[in-house]
Design a protein around this ligand. Structure first.
Ligand code: TXA
Ligand code: MG
Length: 320
């Protein structure tokens, strides 16, 4: 898979490629996205096909700024407050979709739309150049670990994929965990997916915020939340004090364990650093040499809530 540095020429080429209906993978501050023109049905279908993503799981549309977002959705007061506070940044707002939004029919299956204004300079430059919404889920095969480096995207789409033209390389994603998804609909603001922006930070702006409830399988609000997700190939064993023989070990905080089978998310016990390293280290340890990946407990406050959410999903298949 072709990986290109994000020069102005390559960003312009990426915008042209999107306009032709092909896909480009690009960096954001959270994870890499697999982008396609949100007005082009073939491009949107190609995203689903390339990821093997179930049709019921809707996509986020990335836009350049709040003004552009207003062409796609209706902002109530809560949505306006959050957009003003956190855009550009790792916040996705689920709001009522405008019926005249410039979106392909697949993106209009729900009467809501998920919107985000990314802060990463390469994503921002691509959106400014393209001038339209870019539909982009994380650039991984459905259910697998999200990519935080250009090479990870290459690992996900190894053969020359007909729809995916190239990957813009923006280095390692600074946040490393997906955006926080907040619904601002008629029934009050709700966190649908914990992410890079903490519930506390959002709650400072919206004191009436509801924490993510356990999703009801009968009426999934964020359909992607119900699946085993973010999963390495190896089983994941949570809250491990130490590795068992044959296991790889993902540590957090000071530890004496050393060796190729072990990585430390943050020796200082810093949760932001742990979030930035999580997916890269899971990928490194996910080799058939080991029987499982044992993960030390990680505190659940702040961004630790999102880290623990992802680890629970990574381990979900193993609990059955
Ligand atoms: O950080 C991120 O959000 C990354 C980067 C590339 O922007 N994107 C990302 O996209 O994580 P994806 O598709 O992997 O996750 C989007 C989540 C899914 O859980 C999906 O179900 C939910 O957002 N979602 C999208 N549209 C929705 C809607 N209208 N209502 C409820 N949930 C929605
Ligand atoms: Mg994803």
């Amino acid at each position: 898979m072709l990986i290109l540095p994000p020069t102005p020429e390559h960003i312009a080429r990426a915008a042209e490629t999107l306009a032709e209906g092909r896909l480009v993978a690009f960096p954001t501050e959270t994870v890499y996205g697999l982008g396609g023109d949100a007005r082009n049905e073939d491009a949107v279908c190609a995203i689903y096909a390339a990821k093997g993503r179930p049709a019921h799981n809707p996509l986020i549309v990335h836009v350049a700024n709040g003004d552009m977002a207003r062409y796609y959705g209706s902002f109530n007061r809560d949505a306006q407050i959050l957009a003003a506070a956190f855009w550009p940044g790792p916040l996705t707002l689920v709001i009522p979709r405008r019926t005249d939004a410039p979106l392909t029919k697949t993106l209009c299956r729900l009467d809501t739309i998920a919107l985000r204004v990314p802060a990463h300079p390469v994503a921002a430059a691509l959106l400014a150049n393209f001038g339209q919404g870019i539909a982009a889920p994380s650039a991984n095969r459905s259910g697998r670990i999200s990519p935080t480096k250009a090479a990870h995207v290459g690992e996900e789409f190894t053969e020359n994929h007909p729809a995916l033209a190239f990957i813009l390389d923006g280095g390692a994603c600074e946040r490393g965990i997906e955006s926080t998804v907040v619904a601002c609909l008629g029934d009050g603001p709700r966190i649908l997916r914990p992410g890079s922006i903490t519930a506390d930070a959002i709650g400072k702006h919206l004191p009436h915020l509801c924490e993510a409830a356990t999703p009801d399988p009968a009426s999934p609000l964020a359909p992607g939340q119900l699946e085993s997700h973010y999963a390495p190939r190896l089983p994941v064993r949570l809250n491990a004090a130490a590795p068992r023989p044959g296991e790889a070990f993902l540590a957090f905080g000071p530890t004496d364990a050393h060796g190729p089978q072990m990585r430390n998310l943050s020796e200082q016990g810093n949760p932001e650093e742990a979030a930035a390293h999580l997916y890269d280290m899971l990928r490194i340890l996910d080799t058939p040499e080991y029987s499982a990946i044992a993960v030390m407990p990680i505190p659940t406050d702040g961004i630790g809530a999102a880290i623990n959410d992802r680890l629970r999903r990574a381990a979900a298949l193993c609990e059955e």
